[in-house]
Write a protein that binds this ligand. Structure first.
Ligand code: SAM
Length: 334
């Protein structure tokens, strides 16, 4: 066992162990989901603004020395980055125990086997409707058949359990909550209902469009008794199984029941800023120092600083206007 494997996670001032990094490897996306993309469109980072593979790996290596155990690769759409397979393999090679990826599934089918062999453990696939026309409308052009194929291929490749992320929005797809939950009778999928957050200022978010986890749960309970599962760990999802089902239903409730007390994560944006909380404006630039010749000790200090200034909790439910500074989730990394 090398010293990295023995390293203990850092604790923030609120005694939370910080051992999870979400890395947005690109802000580019091949879909334009209505709840994620600003109405004026996205001005993508120029290529030179985006962290290179070596810069990402250098940061992961430094964080690993201080107890980083879990990495999720996200975006934008992570699978549009050409080096994705190599990057997965290199991140795993640093000794990251739990390596996962969030994708819209459009490009996953062909890559699932390669990603698994490269060391990817699991995938979350975003799918907000099972109706092909509605899916196309929500994603502004996505082909749902590609996503279903990817779900099958991810399962076949052993990227399991396959988790399906659903953001229920009132009047858009809330009529499908039970149908998504019912998939768990047939398949060992984890269906995760994520409360709709005001993550981008395109006017689509309204408080009454957000379907709370409690409301979703009530609809689902018509399908059968919901048994609480205790493998929540320190993650944000509250997990249940409908009696007799094989899959799992998870509720992620940033709006109705913030889970900040359990938050163990930092985010790294595609342009090299550490964000200790999705809903705070705090950003710590690591790219400029790296490109100006900073030593590992200097980058390490920036990592420590990010842990130290991590807010105790987000203020979204009390002060919705805090969302005004937010960029699209696709810019920060959902
Ligand atoms: N392109 C990938 C995908 O579609 O999964 C990864 C990036 S996407 C920003 C990551 C996750 O953020 C998706 O599951 C998406 O549903 C979620 N997301 C985006 N905007 C959201 C919002 N306003 N509220 C809740 N979840 C959101």
């Amino acid at each position: 066992m090398n010293s990295a494997n023995k390293s203990q996670p850092l604790k923030d001032p609120y005694n939370r162990r910080i051992d999870y990094l979400r890395i947005s490897i690109t802000d580019k996306c091949n879909l334009k989901c209505i709840y994620c993309t600003p109405s004026e469109g996205i001005k993508y980072f120029q290529e030179k603004e985006v962290l290179t593979d070596d810069e990402i790996l250098r940061f992961v290596r430094i964080a690993r020395k201080h107890g980083l155990r879990k990495v999720r690769i996200t975006g934008g759409e992570p699978l549009v980055r050409n080096s994705i397979v190599k990057l997965v393999s290199s991140i795993k090679g640093i000794g990251i125990r739990d390596l996962s990826l969030t994708t819209n599934g459009i490009l996953l089918s062909k890559l699932a086997g390669e990603l698994k062999r490269a060391g990817l453990d699991r995938v979350n696939i975003s799918l907000d409707s099972m109706d092909p026309d509605k899916y196309r409308a929500i994603t502004k052009g996505g082909d749902i058949n590609l996503v279903w194929q990817s779900i099958k291929d991810a399962e076949k490749a052993g990227l399991s359990p396959v988790k399906i992320n659903v953001v229920p929005i009132r009047g858009v797809n809330d009529d499908e909550i039970s149908s998504f939950a019912a998939l768990t009778f047939e398949k060992n999928y984890h269906i995760r209902f994520i409360e709709f957050m005001p993550a981008t200022c395109n006017g689509i978010w309204k408080k009454d469009k957000c379907v709370s986890s409690a409301e979703a749960m009530e609809k689902i309970s018509a399908l059968g008794e919901l048994e609480r599962l205790r493998f929540r760990g320190r993650g944000p999802s509250r997990n249940y199984r409908i009696k007799g089902a094989s899959g799992v239903i998870g509720f992620i409730s940033p709006m109705s029941d913030h889970f900040c007390g359990h938050c163990s994560r930092l985010r790294l944006t595609a342009d090299g800023k550490i964000r200790p909380c999705l809903f705070s404006n705090i950003k710590i630039d690591i790219k400029t120092p790296m490109r100006n010749g900073a030593t590992d000790e200097e980058i390490e200090k920036l990592f420590f600083q990010a842990v130290k200034v991590k807010p105790q909790r987000h203020q979204l439910n009390e002060d919705i206007t805090t969302a005004a500074h937010l960029k699209a989730m696709s810019k920060i990394g959902g």
